[in-house]
Structures are given as C-alpha cells and as structure tokens.
Design a binder for this molecule. Structure first.
Ligand code: 5RP
Length: 221
C-alpha cells in the first residue's frame, strides 16, 4: 500500500467523527485535503466548516461545503464539534508537531475552539520523541533574530523558510535538530518569546484521538 493510499484510508475513516447538525473544523495539508474530498459526501449533514487556511477554505467551497469564519461560527454554537487535521509527527502521549504547510496558527486556534481533535496520519508520522521533523514557528518578522537565539538555546538549528509568508503575513522559522522530550515545556518556552505568534508543538492542543493508517488498516490510538 502506498503512502497516498494510507492517507486516503485514514481520511475516510475520519468521517465517522463528523456529527450531523454541527459545525466542524478542518485542517490543512495533503491528508486534510483527502478528508475534505471525502467530506463532500456528507456536506448536507453538517451546518458548515471552519477552515484552518485559505487553501482549505477554497477546497471546501469547491465542494459546495459551507465555509464559516470562526467568529461567526461561535455566535451560533458554543464550540466546534470536532477538528480534523493531519500532523508532521505524533508521540506516544498524542502530542504533535504541525505546521509543515505553514498553517499552524490558524490550526491551533481552530483546534482550541473544538471539543475534540481527531488527528489523521499514516504510520510514517509516529515517533518516540518529537523534533526529528523541523519544528515550525510563526514569527513576526522583526523578531527573527530574537526567536532564532532561543531556538539555539534549546539545542536547535533555526532556518527561515524562504519565499514563504503565512496567511497572517508573518515568517516561518523551521527549527532543525531538536529532541523534544517535554512537549509542554517546549511549547510554553517558545510561546513566552515576544514575536512568536505560534509554535508547532501541539501539546496543550494535542490530539484526543490519533487515527493512524497502516498497510493492515487504520489503528485508533
Ligand atoms: C500543515 C500541517 C499538516 O497537518 C502537516 O504538515 C501534515 O501534512 P500532510 O497531511 O500533507 O502530511 O500541519 O500546516
């Protein structure tokens, strides 16, 4: 089974977590895209979806799925019923790193506004410790050197993502060579640096359920 076939399988499995009559949150990336395509079959069941990026909003709308701004959604409901998104890595505690596609800030906001975060991944994303995949940090441009210095203090090697601006008009610093043994502590440390908009550690907003595709089927973790 190819990686894309596994992504397809797990994207379809996530449909089970979509509750009729609710507003859901939808993530960004190739696995999330497959979920959006699968969601089209249930578009009349839900009130709408909040997108974690402009790309996702466009894809949802292309299928005729109503796209709501988060603020508008939260005037109708107390919370989104579920947030469904991929990840770059997940550890045994269901802490994640995200932001490979640069959408981490809106992803974290939509996850925080949702009752449940269902993370959809293939088995290549499973790790003992986060950090082998470069950790993205969304940064206000004037804080680039300040934030890079803290990343070095943490043992990382910061590299500014070239030719990339986030949906919020900021830069991304990808931090290589980290070994994240305490995900909550690293998330909190980076959040304290002025100029950091969001970092890609999702420990406070970790997954409630990880659906992991394998060649033998989807595992629920
Ligand atoms: C985007 C993300 C994605 O969820 C992450 O990069 C995984 O992407 P893919 O499903 O393409 O492997 O965090 O910002």
């Amino acid at each position: 089974m190819t990686q894309d076939e596994m992504k397809q399988q797990v994207a379809e499995a996530a449909l089970e977590y979509v509750q009729a009559g609710t507003i859901i949150g939808v993530g960004t990336g190739s696995t999330a895209n497959m979920f959006i395509d699968a969601l089209a079959s249930k578009k009349d069941d839900i009130l709408g979806a909040v997108a974690s990026s402009e790309v996702t909003a466009t894809r949802l709308a292309g299928h005729g799925i109503p796209v709501l701004e988060l603020n508008d959604a939260l005037t109708q409901v107390d919370s989104l019923s579920v947030y469904i998104d991929g990840a770059d890595e997940f550890d045994p505690g269901r802490n994640l790193t995200k932001g490979g596609g640069g959408a981490l800030t809106r992803e974290k906001i939509v996850a925080a506004a949702s009752d449940q975060f269902i993370c959809i991944v293939d088995q290549s994303k499973q790790v003992d410790y986060l950090g082998a995949y470069p950790l993205p940090i969304e940064v206000i441009p004037m804080a680039e050197e300040l934030v890079s210095g803290v990343a070095i203090e943490l043992g990382g090697r910061p590299v500014v993502r070239t030719g990339f601006t986030t949906d919020n008009g900021n830069i991304i610093i990808d931090v290589h060579d980290l070994k994240i043994t305490d995900a909550l502590a690293v998330e909190d440390r980076l959040n304290k640096v002025p100029g950091v908009v969001t970092n890609g550690v999702f420990a406070h907003q970790g997954a409630h359920v990880v659906l992991m595709a394998t060649p033998d089927g989807v595992q629920v973790l």
